[in-house]
Design a protein around this ligand. Structure first.
Ligand SMILES: [Zn+2]
Length: 411
């Protein structure tokens, strides 16, 4: 404590003995006012600290429950074990892990099946299925994706519908839509106007998915902060700063709500097709997503990469799970070696955090295995779901949508 601080402390102490306020609050309040007035001598006391260097540690003494395995076998409905790199003629399958790497983690964590959503299209999809699903169809399931590069061709609507059928024949169990639809895909693929989510050219594709009983896992929009300036008011400042390309502020981007409403029109137009709105649809506005679920019986949600949101509103989230327990799917967005998105790194730690959130009533813990919370500086609270809901969320809801014959919900 330097001379200045000691003087401040003494001043505070005098005030405290004079007034009715406690000594501690007077000490805290007084120096600030004086340093503001004098404008000097305060450097040692209010030293600027870069946000990135600020790593506060919680001093809270509360129970910590370790949940090494899911209470019931789980289907991780949302993973990226592989994806397509490059485009056009140079597109190729990238496997982010091997089966031999993935299986021990799955066994330790009681993950029965991983769904690799980004399985690709055409011959690349076949390659993905041959690597992941065909040798062990009881452990790995692969989804297909639209062949957007073909959108410039006049027969695209029928071509894309036919692709769904051929994907089904190859063994694909569902269709994945990345947020590139609505936010990246343009009329000439990378240039021109943005293609709308409810563009009618996709109608035959949505219908084909329904006809072949392939659920559509659809990621639309993103956290609301991604549509706002990356400034000091933005609660995801650090996340957007680390990933500037995730900002959809300005330019010709539609608003978050326009994207949501376009998705809703698609769901309404194709009632025979089952849609899973990924990332809870809009995890920051469960009242809105509840309305959507009430309106569209063919809509479901997964919780991938959003326990950071659900867990900071634990009472609202718990009611949401109660009410929609038949339509919420377990998923993590697990990406092997996905080091720049700590909330998604496939491994024991990731699953343990999800299980702790779902199964315990622990308080104020990290939603991602990272020193600084990567999606915003807050912590989360467990929602302690009962067994009956856990069975549905971990396994049964996904099994039903995927058409798996024998739901395993014990062991
Ligand atoms: Zn994902």
């Amino acid at each position: 404590m330097g001379g200045y601080n000691r003087r401040q402390w003494l001043t505070g102490l005098v005030k405290a003995t004079v007034g009715a306020v406690g000594a501690a609050s007077a000490v805290a309040a007084q120096p600030r006012r004086e340093s503001e007035m004098t404008g000097k001598d305060s450097a040692s006391e209010t030293k600027p600290l870069a946000l990135v260097d600020y790593q506060p540690r919680s001093m809270l003494h509360v129970p910590e429950t370790k949940v090494p395995r899911a209470a019931f076998p789980a289907i991780d409905f949302h993973t990226h074990l592989s994806w397509i790199e490059g485009s056009g003629g140079s597109a190729r399958v990238f496997n982010a892990a091997t089966r031999a790497e993935a299986l021990p983690v799955m066994d330790r964590k009681n993950v029965r099946i991983m769904v690799d959503l980004t399985g690709g299209y055409g011959p690349l999809l076949d390659e993905t299925i041959r690597y992941w699903q065909r040798p062990q169809p009881d452990r790995f399931i692969v989804f297909t994706e639209p062949w957007y590069g073909k959108i410039v061709e006049p027969n695209y609507p029928q071509f894309q519908a036919d692709q769904i059928e051929s994907a089904r024949r190859m063994g694909a169990k569902g269709l994945k839509i990345l947020k590139e639809l609505g936010l990246y895909l343009r009329e000439q693929v990378t240039s021109g106007k943005l293609v709308k989510i409810d563009d009618q050219r996709f109608d035959p594709m949505w219908e084909a998915a329904g006809a072949h009983r392939m659920p559509v896992a659809i990621h639309i929009s993103d956290p609301e902060a991604f549509f706002l300036p990356t400034d000091r008011f933005n609660e995801r400042y650090e996340e957007l700063n680390a990933h500037p390309d995730w900002s959809f502020y300005g330019k010709d981007f539609p608003s978050n709500m326009e994207l949501q409403e376009a998705r809703n029109r698609v769901i309404a137009r194709h009632p025979r097709t089952q849609f899973v709105a990924l990332h809870v649809g809009d995890s920051e506005n469960l009242a809105y997503i509840s309305q959507c679920l009430d309106r569209y019986p063919n809509m479901h949600v997964d919780i991938a990469a959003r326990i950071g949101e659900l867990g900071r509103q634990p009472r609202t989230a718990r009611k949401f799970f109660d009410k929609y327990q038949d339509r919420i799917l377990f998923g993590t967005d697990a990406t092997p070696h996905g080091l720049d998105t700590p909330q998604q790194i496939f491994g024991d730690e990731l699953y343990e955090i999800y299980y702790r959130f779902l199964e315990t009533e622990d308080e104020y813990f990290d939603y991602a295995p990272a020193t600084i919370p990567p999606q915003g500086r807050w912590r989360i609270y467990g929602i302690g779901l009962p067994e009956a809901i856990l069975r549905k969320v971990y396994y049964e809801n996904a099994a039903r949508l995927l058409g798996l014959d024998h739901p395993q919900s014990s062991k």
